[in-house]
Design a protein around this ligand. Sequence first.
Ligand code: NZQ
Ligand code: ZN
Length: 380
Amino acid sequence: MKNFIFQNPTKLVFGKGQIAKLAELIPAGGTLMVTYGGGSVKKNGVYEQVTHALQGRDYIEFWGIEPNPHVETLRKAIDVGKEKKVDYLLAVGGGSVLDGTKLVAAGIASDTDAWEIVLQGKTEKQIPFASVMTVPATGSEMNGGAVITRSETKEKYAFRGNYPQFSILDPEVTYTLSSHQIACGLADAYTHVLEQYMTTPGQSRLMDRWAEGVLLSIMEIAPKIKQNPKDYDLMADYMLAATMALNDFIRMGVTEDWSTHQIGHELTALHGTTHGHSLAIVMPATLRVLKDQKHAKLLQYGERIFGITEGSEEERVDKAIEKTEAFYRSLGLTTRLSEENIGMETINLIADRFNDRGVAYGENHNVTGDVAKEILLSCL
Ligand code: NZQ
Ligand code: ZN
């Protein structure tokens, strides 16, 4: 196991009716800005619950943080925040509203342009923020990451900063998600676990078992949620699984491989592919191209997640990858670029971008532009 420091300061407030706790969770005094997306909160009662909980308190609202939040929109929120001397932010919505709010928190605290902050990849200066999370998927409610898009150049990058002070997770707010949103959320959470797990075995028994527990839980609930997307206990498990998939708990002391996410972000930036869907396309291909490097872990994964114990090692590895792709398809997502009318032009562009940036992702730092091209060709 590698050395590590673990500290996750986010307070999780979980369960039905918990939005009512907002008033006691947000510090009194100061100037609060509540940030929203495009209006889904007005259709599922979340907006009413938030305004009710904040009754009697002065605050301003900022609307219009879009999916895959745009820096161009967030600059406007930063301007408002600076002008009104905002010193606390509450994001109400999905991962995009919260990620955008994380950048607003950094922009208000600094004189650096918002896109510069993203490009720096890391910030320590942010005003405090918290969330009411309405989409189980990203883990943003309990992590320090955020992913921001610059729409004018179709670029999408992540940066790291502080964690939300608290996040309220009420499974009932998920009842209005469409089946496609749920499929993408489950795919995102599943892939987060794989990106922290699918490297080499024997680094930590505990991290492996923990990751496998989250993977198995997601696999178990996915078909049940399809049948019954308004079952409280199912949606509670889904919501908590998504949080646990990316809140630092399953990556203590182990190597990680985020190349699928990096390639997926390019597909979203260039084609608007929903984040979780982009991963369903790229992850099986990453496993196919890197199967020798990940051979031993794929064997363990095949046995523990899919019960694959028969056949040669090569056959078992191939079967584990096939079953992974089948799982994403069982959610209702396509797993090939051609099914989304994405072709060679995009593949070459992504390879060129990676080569120009000189990046090399993955646990062995070998996913360069050329390898990304192989991966994309494998999911064509
Ligand atoms: O904008 P509104 O009107 O609120 O509608 C949203 C949006 O259109 C809607 N929605 C939200 N809650 C709903 C709902 N519809 C019905 N019922 C509800 N309860 O859903 C749409 C999509 O929302 P979005 O926030 O974009 O989804 P998600 O939570 O999947 O976030 C995706 C973004 O997070 C980034 C992705 O790259 C993408 O930009 N990620 C963030 C990560 C992080 N911070 O750690 C890690 C992830 O890997 C990911 O990259
Ligand atoms: Zn993700």
